[in-house]
Design a protein around this ligand. Sequence first.
Ligand code: NAP
Length: 293
Amino acid sequence: MSAKIISGTETAKAIKEELKKEVAALADKVVPGLVTILVGEDPASQSYVAAKNKTAHALGIHSEQKTLDAETSEEDLLALVEKYNNDEKIHGILVQLPLPKHIDEAKVLNAINPDKDVDGFHPVNVGRMVLGEQCFLPCTPHGVLELLARSGVETSGAEVVVVGRSNIVGKPVANLMLQKREAGNATVTLCHTRTKDMDFHTKRADILIVAAGVANMIKADQVKEGVVVIDVGVNRIGVTESGKAKLAGDVEFESVKEKAAAITPVPGGVGPMTITMLMKNTVQSAKQFAGLA
Ligand code: NAP
């Protein structure tokens, strides 16, 4: 058996088409606005922020990019966040992580108005998410849910195994999968580096979600026939002939796809979904501010 490929590129394209229409239909009431704040010159962060602005622009979302030098003080950054908290044109504030070491990341993220926290990292939104209340879902876990739902994968009653317990992927995706909701209602196991027998868990997964940051760590002999695999990992394993970064997921794609019923590739799987869900959250925020949601 060779797996169905769950394309994040295609799914993201479909969602972006829907968003573009929604933004156009909202035009006489509200123009969604997003600001991205980047501190320093980290090349990966620069390219992430550029991609976010480009996507926003393509969808008709007003987007601003603020780039601050690496020496910017925490106080100045907090003042900028506060300025955008009070800016009526802006409905989403994204502070690109990681921040330079002299800045307290948690303090900055907590300073964002939770109603403009389109990344879904503010403790208020995390709390609302855990309680199953209306909130901005964190973008990567939200993208995983959309991929499963739009690919018609039955999650209700499924054994879902998540590898990785970070605050931005593993923990929220595990939490969402167990909630009473579409792409939820699963029985969830969360694995990490202290898990005694990882294979025991991965081998009985109906749906395996891997977010560990270890290239090709999951091999074919660690999964069962017919598993659905969502590979969140993005690992740079070298450089292509054209000088671009060569990427690998956390799952050994070529061997696992022969056993799986469905699998996401890297690149072109979860990656394109993350930015798209950021745009979805920004549009949701604008509608909420305009009293339309
Ligand atoms: P992270 O903060 O480094 O967390 C990694 C988690 O994986 C930790 O909980 C760690 O366990 C666990 N882990 C690491 N090695 C393991 C092993 N050998 N066995 C079992 N568990 C192991 O990483 P992250 O931010 O969640 O990101 C994970 C991956 O997803 C990275 O490759 C990242 O680039 C990618 N990512 C992709 C997107 C996207 O848009 N596609 C977005 C975010 C992240 P401990 O807690 O015990 O240390």
